[in-house]
Design a protein around this ligand. Structure first.
Ligand code: SF4
Ligand code: SF4
Ligand code: SF4
Length: 260
């Protein structure tokens, strides 16, 4: 990447909390700004340019307009990074896919529902090719900085591939299973410093699973506490619904195969 790389930060369907998390990098943000030039960031500035070296994208795709806008982002960017659980694997947005789509639109838009653009929610990598993923709801600041640094240095980012339980045990937290809760920590990918159990709540798997989850071990834990795989699946559907029936058979767009 010659010269000072340019960066764009884009938001689709979501709370935009992951974009705002970038602004909260505070001291480190100043270091990042010495290395890159942000030229497109609705939350923080007026747009300077459309073409960027790196596009960070938060939010899921849930309208036809989102699809067209995301294709434009991909066309104008050398590298696309999915930012947060809404961007991948679709996050809470996918919950609507389990409902009747017309009912959902009537509930949200009332008697004008048919005039509103709404499609089943999907991760951004169902529409365009994604080069890097920063997980979580919201993203972890340190992981954002690690991935950004890796991109700038042209190396692979160091992303944990062990379960949240490892970080949780290191923090000496009491186990949420002992409180009668279904915790996804044995399957979920670490990197958040086990923040939820550290604050007294179960892990809901917002960072997705590790590459090879120890499902048998988790099944053993569930049995020990008188819980079932169905109990676990209900929890996982909150963030991982796309993989558990929420994809509605949505096909990849033809553009995805040809986009950069
Ligand atoms: S992943 Fe969470 S914090 Fe990020 S945009 Fe979606 S809802 Fe907001
Ligand atoms: S609370 Fe959850 S993450 Fe922590 S040890 Fe128990 S199962 Fe693992
Ligand atoms: S503990 Fe689980 S739900 Fe909480 S941030 Fe980490 S991965 Fe996400």
């Amino acid at each position: 990447m010659a010269g000072k790389p340019t960066v764009g930060i884009y938001s689709f369907t979501g709370c935009e909390g992951c974009s705002l998390m970038i602004l909260e990098c505070e001291d480190q943000l100043l270091d990042v700004l010495e290395l890159v030039e942000i030229v497109n960031f609705r939350e923080g500035m007026d747009k300077i340019a459309d073409q960027v070296d790196v596009a960070f994208v938060d939010g899921a795709v849930s309208t036809s307009h989102d699809i067209q806008e995301l294709l434009e982002v991909r066309k104008n960017a050398k590298i696309v990074v999915a930012l947060g659980a809404c961007a991948w694997p679709g996050g809470l947005n996918v919950m609507k896919n389990f409902q009747d789509q017309e009912d959902v639109r009537r509930y949200v838009y009332g008697d004008k529902w048919a005039a509103y653009d709404a499609i089943p929610a999907r991760p951004i990598d169902r529409v365009v090719k994604v080069d890097y993923y920063i997980r979580g709801c919201p993203i972890d600041r340190d992981e954002f900085l690690e991935v950004t640094q890796a991109i700038l240095m042209g190396r692979a980012p160091n992303i944990p591939n062990h379960p949240v339980c490892v970080e949780c045990k290191l923090s000496d937290n009491p186990c949420r299973f002992d409180f009668g809760e279904v915790c996804l920590g044995p399957l979920a990918r670490a990197g958040c410093k086990a923040i939820c159990p550290s604050f007294g709540t179960k892990c809901e798997g917002c960072r997705g699973m590790v590459d090879e989850p120890a499902t048998q071990a988790h099944r053993g834990v569930l049995e020990k506490y008188g819980l079932s795989v169905d109990d676990m699946m209900r929890e996982y559907r909150l963030f991982g619904g796309w993989f558990w029936g929420g994809d509605l058979g949505v096909p990849d767009l033809p553009e995805r195969a040809t986009s950069k």
